[in-house]
Design a protein. Structure first.
Ligand SMILES: [Zn+2]
Length: 353
């Protein structure tokens, strides 16, 4: 997959719907993209997609599960009054970035809307400078009351309507790069591994509900019962005004998480794979819960040795999340290098130390 094809693939993922607990549309897109290199696919009871790429080692073969979440953040309609909707958030949404955003309500049919808040001039003087609060924000559809009642029901999801934009320097911006960038990295990994023999079975998973419950990762790990698992998600990229020690440079490769969610032997395996393939990376300190699928993968059954790989991303949980295409590719390459290097000794030698 060359850069142009990867960019197109990622933009197709960004255009696909699939808020947390409503992932079916994006799952269909991913299933088609992964079919070329991993045609044996299943869907879990909660809706996660699993794609198997068989290894060449003796059966029963050890398995590694590489998981990225396909759900995305957005809003949910809680009340319809005339043509206006009150909303709750799906996933963590910062109300400061919502006013003025175009949305699409996914009701009986798609309904365009904009997020409005009262003009400052009409607010009491002591509230003029307040940051926007979700309870003050409405979606305005412009619809007459009867038509709004026909098309929109409470519980309908609403997604950012912002379309992906390619910025200079192969930067891609748009909503849901968290974690569709991770899905695209898995696509790269699957294609790399399809082209070379690898001993372990590799299962790529597009998990559901990461933004809300981690229920996709927990149930996928239980269904697949892998020997090792990796959560591939986005992390904070450096940018103007941000603390350097909490962010990672963009276009300089993925991060390898270290901390309680990351098994030390897997961290070493990723560092070795990166060194061998000449892939730049940064270590990311995660002293507590990594805030990714890793926590659910890791504590399934009697525990699954897990790693956390991050793709630096700017403006997380906004409509203009931004990644460097090169980081998506290098993340996919790193996953393929690590998974492809797993041999018959890795598990017997595995100790947490
Ligand atoms: Zn994420």
């Amino acid at each position: 997959m060359d850069d142009k094809a990867l960019s197109t693939h990622l933009q197709t993922l960004l255009r696909a719907q699939g808020l947390s607990a409503f992932e079916a549309p994006v799952r269909d897109v991913i299933a088609v993209a992964w079919r070329r290199s991993a045609p044996k696919q299943t869907v879990s009871r909660l809706g996660s997609l699993h794609a198997l790429q068989p290894g060449t080692g003796r059966t029963p073969r050890p398995k590694i599960l590489l998981a990225a979440h396909m759900d995305k953040i957005g809003l949910m309609v809680t009340q319809v009054i005339d043509g206006f909707c009150r909303v709750a958030e799906i996933g963590g949404l910062d109300p400061r970035i919502l006013p003025g955003q175009p949305f699409i309500i996914l009701g009986r049919e798609p309904v365009p809307a904009v997020v409005i808040l009262p003009p400052a001039a009409l607010l009491p003087p002591d509230r003029k400078a307040d940051a926007a609060r979700l309870q003050d924000l409405w979606l305005d559809t412009g619809l007459p009351a009867a038509e709004a009642a026909r098309l929109i029901r409470i519980g309908d999801p609403a997604a950012f309507a912002q379309q992906p934009v390619v910025l200079a320097n192969e930067r891609i911006t748009g909503p849901s790069l968290d974690d569709r960038a991770g899905i695209a990295a898995l696509t790269v990994c699957l294609e790399e591994l399809a082209a070379r023999p690898h001993r372990w079975d590799m299962i790529a998973a597009a998990t559901v509900q990461e933004e809300e419950t981690l229920g996709g990762a927990a149930t996928s790990a239980f269904a697949v019962k892998p020997d090792l698992a990796v959560a591939v998600d986005v992390t904070f990229a450096a940018g103007p005004g941000l603390p350097e020690h909490k962010t990672f440079p963009i276009a300089e490769g993925p991060t390898i998480g270290i901390g309680p969610n990351a098994h030390p032997a897997m961290v070493r395996a990723f560092e070795q794979a990166a060194g061998k393939a000449g892939i730049k990376y940064a270590l990311e300190v995660m002293p507590a819960n990594s805030g990714t699928d890793a926590i659910a993968l890791q504590i399934t059954a009697e525990g699954i040795p897990t790693a956390v790989i991050g793709i630096p991303l700017r403006y997380m949980h906004s409509a203009v999340e931004t990644v460097a295409l090169a980081d998506v590719r290098q993340t996919g390459r790193l996953l393929a290098e690590m998974a492809g290097a797993l041999d018959d000794k890795f598990l017997p030698d595995l100790k947490w130390e």
